[in-house]
Design a protein around this ligand. Structure first.
Ligand SMILES: O=P(O)(O)OC[C@H]1O[C@H](O)[C@H](O)[C@@H](O)[C@@H]1O
Length: 559
């Protein structure tokens, strides 16, 4: 057993005293409505809140009592959370199945901090790469870096998938307001050739820079797209040598990058102790840095770091990531929720739910404990969501009146970056409308509308039951003053650490992803069979065989 694992963490979770106490306690909470909890405690909405790194968390509309919180905090203690947090920040090999540290926190550690991996301080390396990235970003932004034919770079195409795509594209969209207007960034991830074809259709190769992002530099989708992009570029510019001015790489695999034909001086490195889904603040964020500039990127890192410090040092009861993580455990394991909706009331955060899907589900979608036993409890919720108010006109019907319980995280900002409709008081009426929707939704979910209220409003008694809302649907609200690189960094770190908190309680490895491997291996074999058009025998199951045969037949007949 690893020395950072406490005895309790390795014992069967469901037999720990805190878990058992929560099991006994949850029937009591289930019998209570949020209406009663608020009526009993007029200060609840101010009391069940916490604040850190510019973010205010209101979790008073979660179905918890003070006793629930006390028991959840006891559970965290019994699972050894404080020791596990310390182990992560220290650089212990907490990713046990891959024998690696999970040190994304080192990516935003200020210069002068010392973090040792195998006896070597990694912080100077992190800052050396950041400086190289900054010099490159400045050169592209100023026009000092020219394309092969001497033209200025106007377009950046990031090629990567999973963590090498979702973080950069989410953050680029989130921080568009801060990006250089004459630079256009596009992101290609899917191996469907349509993605690359549409991303490059209207571009001039002479003005286009490809950033190929892949931690391993072996990912089939990324290498396939990178080769296709290279062919497109060379065909347009008529010279193989153009690759040197139009391709850079971000990877841990220098050999793979060199083999592709990108010179070491055009490669930005990161390290195996950075997980793909935890890498947007490493060199994987190069496209973002080119778009928003090194200063704003550093501001984002400072936001990450502020939340890291809070997670590391705040008491568990006031610790935002810990609270959010424990509430997820409560909702999943005791209230029976299977999914979690993330609802940003900010168009700029349109890709945030997709980003959180990988962060959460690839991290905690596991069924084996660190000790190699099958878990006897549910682990990661299914994460989904859309920006408000769009979601309201789509799936909120189910949130309000459906049969499943869906805990919601509402995320919003007090100030808009695009004031289109300033009113007499100086605030923006369009933004007021957006946020009014956000607050009203949390209220409606929690308190609903009783049958009596509906009837008192004069509704037809036959329709009244359909128009009543049970309420008692849990949500949290995260509010910050303004969407800035700093507040975005803090928000991402908040969720990273909340996912870690859940993983610690569930006693799973939140940093491996073996479940993705099988699909990759099978697709490789199948791709070979599809390529060999006339190969007579297929040895899959009858369904897969029939599908492949049909595909081959129709593909052949297509002119
Ligand atoms: O960055 P790469 O090595 O190309 O990996 C890209 C992605 O590959 C797999 O899908 C992994 O499960 C992801 O965690 C990773 O982000």
């Amino acid at each position: 057993m690893n020395d950072f694992l406490s005895e309790a963490a390795s014992a069967d979770l469901t037999r720990t005293p805190a878990w058992q106490a929560l099991g006994a306690h949850h029937t009591h909470v289930r019998a209570q409505h949020l209406r009663e909890l608020f009526a009993q405690d007029p200060q609840r909405g101010e009391r069940l809140t916490a604040e850190a790194a510019g973010w205010y968390l209101d979790y008073s509309k979660q179905r918890v009592t003070d006793e629930t919180l006390r028991l959840l905090l006891a559970l965290a203690e019994q699972c050894g959370l404080p020791a596990r947090i310390a182990a992560m920040f220290r650089g212990d090999a907490i990713n046990t199945t891959e024998h690696r540290a999970a040190l994304h926190t080192a990516l935003r550690a200020p210069e002068g901090t010392q973090i040792l991996v195998d006896g070597i301080d990694v912080v100077p390396e992190v800052h050396a790469v950041l400086r190289r990235m900054a010099a490159f970003a400045d050169a592209v932004r100023s026009g000092a870096w020219r394309g092969h034919s001497g033209k200025r770079i106007r377009n950046i195409v990031n090629i990567g998938i999973g963590g090498s795509d979702l973080g950069p594209v989410m953050a680029y969209e989130a921080l568009r307001h801060y990006s250089q207007r004459d630079l256009c960034c596009r992101f290609v991830s899917n191996v469907d050739a349509t993605a690359l074809a549409e991303a490059t259709r209207d571009l001039d190769a002479a003005e286009t820079l490809f950033i190929v992002c892949s931690k391993t530099f072996t990912t089939l989708e990324t290498l396939t797209n990178a080769h296709a992009a290279r062919a497109w570029c060379v065909a347009q510019l008529g010279d193989e040598a153009a690759v040197a001015r139009h391709f850079v790489a971000v990877s841990t695999n220098a050999e793979g990058v060199a083999k592709f034909g990108i010179a070491p001086k055009n490669m930005f490195e990161f390290w195996d102790w950075v997980g793909g889904r935890y890498s947007m603040d490493s060199a994987i964020g190069l496209s973002l840095m080119v778009a928003i500039g090194p200063e704003q990127f550093r501001d984002m890192l400072a936001g990450f770091h502020a939340m890291d410090q809070h997670f590391q040092s705040a008491p568990l009861a006031q610790n935002l990531p810990v609270l959010i993580g424990l509430l997820a455990v409560w909702n999943t394991n005791f209230l029976g929720a299977q999914t979690q909706a993330v609802l940003p009331y900010a168009q700029y955060l349109s890709r945030f739910p997709a980003y959180l899907q990988q962060l959460t589900m690839e991290s905690n979608g596991k069924h084996m404990t660190l000790d190699g036993a099958r878990v006897g409890y549910a682990t990661s919720p299914i994460v989904w969501g859309e920006p408000g108010t769009n979601g309201q006109h789509s799936f909120y019907q189910l949130l309000h009146q459906g049969t499943p319980i869906v805990p919601c995280d509402f995320i919003g900002f007090c100030q808009t970056l695009n004031p289109l409709a300033p009113d007499a008081s100086g605030s923006d009426s369009q933004h007021n409308l957006l946020m009014a929707n956000c607050f009203a939704q949390t209220e409606a979910l929690a308190f609903g509308r009783t049958l009596q209220q509906v009837l008192a409003g004069g509704a037809d008694p036959a329709v009244a039951p359909h128009r009543s809302f049970e309420g008692n649907r849990p949500s949290s609200t995260l509010l910050a003053e303004r969407l800035t690189p700093h507040s975005l960094g803090a928000l991402v770190a908040l969720y990273e650490h909340s996912v870690f908190t859940q993983g610690v309680v569930w006693n799973i490895d939140s940093f491996d992803q073996w479940g993705v491997e099988l699909g990759k291996v099978l697709a490789g074999t199948t791709a070979k069979e599809l390529a060999a058009l006339d190969a007579p025998q297929l040895a899959h199951d009858s369904s897969t065989n029939a599908l492949m045969q049909r595909y081959r037949k129709l593909r052949k007949e297509t002119p």
